[in-house]
Design a protein. Sequence first.
Length: 258
Amino acid sequence: MAEEMAATRVGKGGWQRALVHRLGKRFLRAVTDFQGRHSLIPATPVLANETFDWLPRLAAGFPQVRAEFDRVWQHPEDIPAFHQISPDQARISQGTNWKTYALYIFGQPVADNCRACPETAALLASLPGLLNAWFSILAPGYHIPAHKGPTRALVRCHMGLRVPRDWQKCWIRVDQEILNWREGELMLFDDTYEHEVLNGTDEYRAVLFIDIDRPMDRVGTLFNQFVLKLMQATHYVKDPLKNLAEWNRAVAARRRGP
């Protein structure tokens, strides 16, 4: 059922949808140099954890976040694949290999999921400039091909939640740097640089995936606010919110039974 829903959505809009998406990405990538010049933090592929003073507070919440993730992961069939919620990700998300349990999408809380993970949701709500947050779960042996994020208006943070024992075979490459997750540890990077992920193990990998506003000077802040408002007005943001609401309604109906 979920696969059919996703296929239907990908078909809707046809070439117009694809054209808008391509043009939007080109525009956003064209301004990354401008954003880098007005950034108050380095525009490097990987950033030091000292970049943000709230990172220790986030790291201290690991036990609660991990416990709530473990409860959610008891029902993997209820967690959609990335492209089932965001069809634009179909190139890098195949089958059920990359599942995402969304908590925030461009600043908007996903009410059902936040209620299921109240301590994680409260911790996320306390972070300044929070845009996106979800549990990102990668199947054994899966490779996310090289790609780039659309805008330097944000900084990405990962918290390792479930890391395979053979952690050195589970990595993310950001530009020329190879990073490995460790449970409870955080990493910061700029996803406008080319990056790819490999889980070369026979275990699942799970992280808390967070996007935060990039600190900018006044000009950069105004510009980023404009860019983000443009994004929020497109299908790139609207479709995931709509699709996720439909997914959660279907899950709730299935749990209630006939």
